[in-house]
Design a protein around this ligand. Structure first.
Ligand SMILES: *Cc1c(COP(=O)(O)O)cnc(C)c1O
Ligand code: SF4
Length: 441
């Protein structure tokens, strides 16, 4: 067992394929797909979370390894031919860029609509969509200990600088929170900010504390490290320093939360993961858990029920179940909204109230976080009851609206208004916002 971090990338696939007893064909498939979509996995994940006997159906294998079905058949064949015949790097890159361009790298208007401004200038490395919460993307935190094959941030990992949200500017973050008293929460995200050394994290967090901003109530870090690299919290001086940082945030009178990306109960089984959770909680943080519902990874009510139970058992708080976003290899992973609602409901009905802090299944769409809250009939028409959990306009929060039931729909944009409506209530406001941001550029 090694606690020195080492990431495997496309180059290491042959060695891993041997370890997982994969065939030559499977290896060639993986090489082709990983030429287009980012691939990175570390030995902790391979050794502790994947069961080689159940590959390729193993959920964590599906979560972290490139799969043939992630590309359209035609694109897959083109790339596989190039890889197998040993095509040149520029040739492979050209094909990869063309295929990526088709995969909607920027869903939900992230780049255009939610860029904050400070003194009239746009601020890089931040996103401000919901009144209370600012997202901050530290430059050094834009990678992860392993990559999820469905990640909606995939465009950030392929090295195209224009596509990255990033910032070195801790000062800008402080100034922005000070200038915007409606902001109570800073969510540091990535990638996975926990790839950064604590010393680097401190460069962002300490100025926020030193500024004594009365409106700032909480600091959160979004991370998958409890699952992909629990040693980050258990091993060595840097781990200890992170726990100290948590206590310092607490001592400054702020709430500290790890927003743990938690996809499968198996991630929380290794003793090292449990130890990591225990240490973070003992340091005074709260761990809230969220993950998307992904076909072949966790598209099963029992898996979710077990996941929420285990989270509560370890002292974590179930928070969100998301719907897989409209980007990347969505077609491979997507679960129709009707089925997502069914999985959520069947899982929810099996667990105690302690697990029912979870909300979902929720789409992070352009107008906001929209949960499928019911499938029902109104006046003889079968409908989805949808509810805003978060809205670009705070007045939309908790607002219920109806869409025509559609068993195939997988995203908000697939849905039509029900009960004779022509447009959803938020559409006019969204158009105005888009027009305004187009004028601003
Ligand atoms: C989910 C999300 C947040 C955080 O929302 P909470 O409901 O407070 O956890 C903030 N900004 C964006 C853009 C988000 O998608
Ligand atoms: S850990 Fe998060 S940011 Fe990193 S690949 Fe997975 S989903 Fe994407």
């Amino acid at each position: 067992m090694t606690t020195t971090f080492r990431a495997n990338t496309q180059r290491d696939l042959p060695r891993i394929a041997e370890k997982l007893r994969l065939s030559k064909d499977q290896l060639a498939d993986m090489r082709a797909v990983s030429a287009v979509l980012p691939f990175r996995v570390n030995d902790y994940v391979i050794e502790n979370l994947i069961d080689p006997d159940s590959v390729p159906n193993d959920p964590i294998f599906q979560l972290t390894f490139p799969q043939r079905g992630m590309l359209e058949e035609e694109d897959f064949r083109r790339m596989r031919d190039l890889v197998v015949k040993g095509a040149s790097e520029p040739e492979i890159k050209l094909a990869a860029d063309q295929i990526r361009g088709k995969l909607n790298p920027h869903p939900a208007g992230q780049m255009e609509l939610n860029v904050p401004k400070l003194d009239g200038e746009t601020v890089a490395g931040m996103q401000h969509k919901y009144q209370e919460t600012v997202l901050f993307f530290p430059t050094q935190g834009q990678t992860c200990h392993a990559y999820c094959s469905y990640c909606f941030r995939w465009a950030q990992f392929i090295g195209d600088a224009d596509l990255k949200f990033a910032s070195r500017e801790a000062d800008q973050l402080v100034n922005y929170v000070r200038d915007n008293p409606q902001v109570s929460s800073v969510l540091i995200t990535g990638g996975d900010p926990m790839v950064m050394k604590t010393q680097v994290l401190r460069r962002y967090i300490e100025p926020l504390l030193a500024a004594k901003l009365p409106n700032l109530h909480s600091i959160r870090i979004g991370t998958k490290a409890l699952a992909y690299w629990p040693y980050r919290f258990t091993d060595g001086a840097d781990a200890d320093d992170f726990l100290r940082l948590i206590s310092e945030v607490k001592a400054a009178g702020k709430h500290f939360a790890l927003m743990a990306h938690s996809s499968h109960s198996r991630e929380l089984e290794p003793p090292m993961a449990k130890r990591a959770v225990e240490r973070v909680l003992n340091a005074g943080a709260v761990i809230r858990c969220q993950a998307p519902l992904i076909r072949k990874v966790n598209d099963n009510a029992n898996v979710w029920a077990q996941l929420w139970r285990r989270q509560v058992l370890l002292g974590m708080v179930p928070y969100y179940m998301f719907v897989e976003r409209d980007t990347g290899a969505k077609a491979y992973f997507e679960v129709p909204l009707a089925r997502a609602y069914k999985v959520f409901t069947e899982a929810y009905s099996q667990v105690s109230g302690l697990c029912r802090t979870v909300r979902g299944p929720s789409m992070s769409a352009s107008p906001g976080k929209v949960a499928v809250d019911g499938v029902t009939e109104v006046g003889g028409e079968k409908v989805f009851a949808l509810k805003f959990l978060q809205g670009r306009d705070p007045a939309w929060a908790n607002r219920l609206f109806f869409a025509k039931y559609d068993p195939k729909a997988t995203w908000l944009s697939d849905l039509q208004p029900a009960l004779g409506g022509e447009r959803f209530f938020y559409e006019e406001a969204m158009e105005a916002a888009r027009a305004e941001s187009a004028r601003g550029r």
